[in-house]
Design a protein around this ligand. Structure first.
Ligand code: 6GU
Length: 238
């Protein structure tokens, strides 16, 4: 899989991309991640990429020209075949979920478009018609951290990237039921008086599977209840 990141801050990605999981995936040829700087597509002596919003208001917007031309140059680099999927990181996008990550992991080529400042000129989306993705209901100062979240969630779903093929399949939010994983334990058998549940030491694999399923249903139910409680508590109506 190839992922192109279009950003004003490619240096933010270096340590992240060289890290253990992604570094190994790239070295093994499973993943090819490239960075392209929007500023390289700016024109004029000042290489300006942002400007003040028409109609007034705080902050600066990314100008459509450098952004669209940067993405088009990456698109033009596409080998004949499947067109890359263009995803724009924005808090206005559809929420990133494990299901969305699975969908993106099924693509051959992905372009991740990161914004900075107060956002993009609307004509970026109107021209490129990207898949708009948000990583949650809070505001980040740029799409770069969100793009790293997408890359992490997607890369570990590519066959061969994780050592054990079963480990992604067993994760929280995976499978048809998308349950949260229940508690897990390793050595020691007792820590500060807290014991590993006997069933996990029983060697009885069907009992262990049944216990894990029960714990996963429980954890999922608890979180659903909690999130309903907290979202309810903070509505304007109280
Ligand atoms: Cl994708 N970008 C920004 N700037 N803020 C966000 C986000 C993205 N997702 C949640 N907040």
């Amino acid at each position: 899989m190839r992922i192109d990141v279009v950003t004003l801050f490619p240096e933010m990605f270096r340590g992240f991309l060289d890290g253990s999981l992604l570094g190994a995936a790239q070295a093994a040829g499973l993943l090819d991640i490239r960075l392209t700087n929007i500023r390289d597509f700016a024109t004029g002596v000042h290489r300006q990429v942002d400007d003040r919003p028409y109609g007034g208001g705080p902050g600066m917007l990314l100008m459509p020209g450098p952004v669209v031309e940067c993405v088009e140059s990456v698109l033009a680099d596409a080998a004949a075949g499947t067109a890359p999927h263009v995803a724009m990181l924005t808090p206005a996008g559809r929420p990133l979920t494990q299901q969305v990550a699975e969908e993106l992991a099924g693509r051959d080529r992905l372009i991740l478009l990161c914004g900075r400042y107060e956002g993009f000129d609307q004509r970026v989306a109107d021209t490129l018609l990207p898949d708009q993705i948000s990583i949650g209901d809070y505001v980040l100062s740029g799409g770069e951290v969100a793009a790293m979240v997408v890359i992490d969630a997607v890369a570990r779903l590519i066959p061969g990237v994780l050592g054990d093929e079963q480990s992604a399949a067993d994760d929280s939010f995976s499978g048809t039921e998308r349950l949260i994983e229940g508690p897990q334990y390793t050595r020691p058998r007792e820590f500060r008086g807290l014991k590993v549940p006997d069933v996990l030491l029983s060697g009885d694999h069907s009992r262990i599977a049944a216990w894990r399923r029960e714990q996963a249903l429980d954890a999922t139910h608890r979180r659903t209840t909690l999130s309903a409680h907290f979202s309810g508590a903070h509505t304007p109506a109280g």
